[in-house]
Design a protein around this ligand. Structure first.
Ligand SMILES: NC(=O)c1ccc[n+]([C@@H]2O[C@H](COP(=O)([O-])OP(=O)(O)OC[C@H]3O[C@@H](n4cnc5c(N)ncnc54)[C@H](OP(=O)(O)O)[C@@H]3O)[C@@H](O)[C@H]2O)c1
Length: 324
């Protein structure tokens, strides 16, 4: 697996790194929103992690809120099979207020750092993110939440501080105040404000590491769906209208066919075709690919190919106009 230097952390991580949102299983927020994934199988997930380690996919991303800690716990149970020191381990705080006035109340952030350490059965978490950029009215919770992470870093409980959001513009709004070591924005071929938001320029200037999330839009961009697809309650994909869009799904099937033909010299033409353009203009970036089974990991391990400038341009042209 090809690696990159994750910006100023100076840590080498695999270009295709591993996300574990789905390891939390089905989940519903306090307000009744579907925020998890159906189809989780803990045995398969453990086998996927062992295979990932064997293939050098050793940057694992989780969060306090994935299955209310179940994803973190599954990772924490693995250190008998996978040496803890082999893994660059990232988690997050911010999407579950846990009875506090705000999900960045400093008491909550402090509690969650300790809970993540316990769940992950580790003395130190390599990278701890603020999961989103809503810090309350006039960002009133920002400084105190950040202060908790800075203290945790000084105490050796976390090594690096990260900042995440579904919107690159939101990240840009607070990035100067947070000064993160790593950012985790959404980026895929149908949702891409990395350059236009100014985040690309900021990361280049400040040597910030980058982990793009949902690089294949929760599996949709692979073109593997035959038509509109319904997911059960508790599955986040139920809330993404693109899974019900027959025209988009047909276009994505055509695109997958085009990638298989046009990039047939690659081991994983579709997966590489979707991922490589995201990394082409981001030298300190990896993608966080959700890998729930050993089969997903086998594909991911072959999907680190580089594309030529012409191929990147061609792939982008296939997806132009498909933002939904
Ligand atoms: N910071 C944030 O706010 C945030 C938000 C979202 C995600 N993330 C992180 O980013 C990670 C990845 O994002 P994501 O989970 O939304 O989606 P993703 O990586 O775009 O898609 C992953 C899904 O695609 C399918 N898939 C993957 N490889 C495949 C293969 N080779 N063949 C067929 N299907 C395959 C799997 O689902 P099926 O098998 O069910 O189709 C898998 O769960 C998350 O796990 C999480 O760590 C962070």
């Amino acid at each position: 697996m090809r690696t990159i230097r994750l910006g100023r952390t100076d840590v080498q991580v695999p270009v295709v790194s591993l996300g574990t949102w789905a390891y939390g299983g089905e989940n519903t927020s306090a307000s009744g929103q579907s925020i998890g994934w159906s189809g989780h199988d803990a045995e398969e997930a453990r086998a996927a992690l062992r295979a990932a380690h064997a293939h050098g996919i050793t940057h694992w991303d989780t969060a306090d809120v994935y299955g209310d800690g179940r994803s973190e716990q599954l990772l924490g149970e693995l250190w008998g099979d996978v040496p803890r020191d082999d893994v660059f381990l990232a988690s997050k705080v911010g999407w579950d207020a846990g009875g506090h006035a705000h999900y960045y109340h400093p008491d909550l952030v402090r509690e969650r750092v300790e809970r993540s350490l316990r769940n992950l059965k580790t003395d130190v978490i390599d990278l701890y993110y603020l999961h989103h950029c809503d810090f309350g009215p006039r960002d009133v919770y920002l400084d105190d939440a950040l202060e908790v992470l800075v203290r945790a870093k000084e105490a050796g409980k976390i090594r690096f501080i990260g900042l995440s959001d579904w919107s690159c513009h939101n990240v840009m709004r607070v990035i100067a105040r947070v000064d993160p070591d790593v950012v985790q924005p959404l980026r895929n071929l149908t949702a891409d404000s990395w350059v236009e938001s100014g985040l690309q320029a900021w990361c280049a200037e400040h040597d910030v590491g980058v982990a793009f999330f949902s690089p294949i839009r929760h599996g949709l961009l692979l073109g593997k769906y035959d038509g509109p697809t319904h997911f059960p309650d508790g599955d986040f994909r139920k809330t993404d209208g693109a899974f019900l869009d027959a025209d988009l799904i047909a276009r994505l099937r055509d695109n997958a066919r085009a990638l298989r033909d046009g990039l047939s010299h690659l081991a994983e033409p579709v997966l590489s075709g979707l991922i490589a353009p995201l990394l082409a203009d981001a030298p300190t970036a990896c993608v966080l690919l959700g890998q729930r089974t050993p089969r997903h990991v086998e594909s991911a391990a072959r999907a680190d190919a580089l594309l030529s400038r012409y191929e990147v341009r061609w792939v982008r042209s296939l997806f132009a106009g498909l933002a939904r």
